[in-house]
Design a protein around this ligand. Sequence first.
Ligand SMILES: Cc1cc2nc3c(=O)[nH]c(=O)nc-3n(C[C@H](O)[C@H](O)[C@H](O)COP(=O)(O)OP(=O)(O)OC[C@H]3O[C@@H](n4cnc5c(N)ncnc54)[C@H](O)[C@@H]3O)c2cc1C
Length: 351
Amino acid sequence: MVDYIVVGFGLAGLSFIEQLEQHKKSFVVYEDRSQQSSRVAGGLYNPVILKRFTMAWEAHQQMDVAKSFYEGIERKLEHKLRYPLPVLRRFNAIEEQNLWFEALDKPFLSQFLSPDLIPNTNKGLDIPYHFGRVKDTGRIDVKQVLELYLTYLEHKKCVQKESFEYANLTIHEDGVEYNGVQARHVVFVEGFGMLKNPFFNTLPLYGNKGEYLIIESAALQLEAAVKSSIFIIPLGNDYYKVGATYDHKDMTATPTVAARVTLEQKLKTFLNVPYTVIDQVAGIRPTIRDRRPVVGTHLVYSSLHVINGLGSRGVLIAPTVAKQLYDCIEEGVPLTQEINVNRFYSERTSN
Ligand SMILES: Cc1cc2nc3c(=O)[nH]c(=O)nc-3n(C[C@H](O)[C@H](O)[C@H](O)COP(=O)(O)OP(=O)(O)OC[C@H]3O[C@@H](n4cnc5c(N)ncnc54)[C@H](O)[C@@H]3O)c2cc1C
C-alpha cells in the first residue's frame, strides 16, 4: 500500500514527488523514457516573453516558488544545479528599444527589465544594435537534476523503470490497484505521452516539437544567454545550446536534418567564430489549447489526477502547479478555474 503512484518523471513528476517527499507520503514512480521534453530543455528560467516584452503568465509568483524549490533540491542532492545567467535580448531596430523602455513602466516588468542598454562587446557575435537585459534569470541543469533525483529515488526503492500499462489499473471507490500495489491516488504527469492515457486523452493536448544543437566553440567566450533569432545558452566548458525550433507537425522525438539546417542558417547570421556541432536533441513540449496548464482530478474517478500542459515554461510553472495539486488533493484547497482540468469537463457537458 502506498499513498501515491506517479506516472512520469519529467519536471512535472519531479515537482509533485518533491511535495510527497516534503509531506512524508509514500509513493512509487513509473518512468519509461518515452518522452524527452524535460531532459532536452534549455532549462532557462526567465519571467519575460522576449517577443513582446510582457510578463509570462503568473511568472512573478512562480519565480519565488521556483527559486526555493530548486535551492531545496540542490541542498537535498548536494549538487550545483542552478546557474544564474543574464538573458540578453538583441534589439533588431530602434523601435524595439523604444518598446523595451515603454515596458519598463509596466507592473512587474520594471522589476525584471534593466533600463541600461548594453552594447555588444563580444567579437564572436555580429550584433550591431544594443541588448536589453532581463534580471534575475538563469539556467537549471534539468537533465542533471532528473538523473540525480532518479538515482536518489532508486536508493529509496520507489522507482519502476518501465511503462505504466493503463489497462492494468483497477479503480476502487477509495483508491486503485496496479500490479499488486494499492494506492490512494495516481498522478499522471506524462507530458505529451498523455495522449495514450485513456483517462485524460480527451483533453486538448497539442505537441510542439523543439530541437537544439549543442555546439563547441572555444573562441566564443559568452557568459550570458543571448536571444537573437534563436537562443545561444552557455553550458560551460565552451559548450552552448543553440535553438530551439518550433514544429507543430512532426511529433516524433527524433532530431531532424531540417532543424539542424535551419538552426545553423540562423546561427551563421550573427556568429563570427568557428564552432563544431557536438550533438542535436529533440523533445515535444506538451501544450494545451488555451496555453494554460491542466491540473486536477478526473471527472468520474476521484483517485486519478493530472498535471500537464507546461508548454515551453516547465521550469517555472511546474513547482507552483505541483504544490497547488497537492494542496487540492490533501487539504481541499480549490484550484483556480484557469488551470483546473474541469474547465474542459464543463465545456463537454455544455456541448
Ligand atoms: C527543445 C525544448 C526546449 C525547452 N526549453 C525550455 C526552457 O528553456 N525553459 C523552460 O522552462 N521550459 C523549456 N522547455 C519546456 C519544458 O521542457 C516542458 O515544459 C517540460 O519538460 C514538460 O515537463 P513534463 O514533466 O510535463 O513532461 P515530460 O518532460 O515529457 O515528462 C513526462 C515523462 O513521463 C514519462 N512517461 C510518459 N508516459 C509514460 C508511461 N505510460 N509510463 C511511464 N512513463 C511515462 C516520459 O518518459 C517523460 O519522462 C523546452 C522544451 C523543449 C522540447
